[in-house]
Design a protein around this ligand. Sequence first.
Ligand SMILES: [Fe+2]
Length: 221
Amino acid sequence: MANVTAAELSMGHLALHYGTAEEGPAASRLLQELGLKETQVLPLPNGNFYRFVVNAGHFSRGDGIVYLSALPEPQAKLIAAIHAALRVGTDHEDDAVTGYRAMMASDFEASFHFGFLVDSLEELEGIVLRLRDLNATDPLLKGRLNIGMNRARRGNAAVDARLDASPVFGSCSRYAYGSNGVQVFVETDLIRAGQLGENMYFELDYVFPGSDSHILSVVEL
Ligand SMILES: [Fe+2]
């Protein structure tokens, strides 16, 4: 489909929500642990409003931004109504909920999620190791994270050797829909999004340099 204008776009902003005012600091902390830079905290009666940027180059720009605020009350009521109607969280959830959960458990990126690109594999490995530790021990984040990953499809000897030796990806048995890159997924209930308003799936990717064909450039079946 032909573009009717010649406008060049960049990714502007993403608006996210946490559940309750008390969870704002923990949600902000998680985004910072993922690598986002917090640029503003605005106290509001129903919980802080936060602004983040993906890197220092975006501090005063209009793109590369993530906003974070408390769930608006009408949205919280809608989520509660959906949960009541579909018996979400009970031992007899509607079959549609069971099916959705099964899909997400088998593929973190099967539905709504947001991905960030990390420019160093060592940094990405460090983030994963730290998140695992925080999920085990941190007072704010303990038990709030579910971390998964896909390593690059095999075929590039140098990439395969690097990942085999990785403290994070060496034990990974899931493979991405492509080569020359890795994906990390962080599921958290500190951010309320998705079809059930329960959680959010973040993705952190790294692409090995020097290849035109990688996980984010070509999807392979
Ligand atoms: Fe993705």
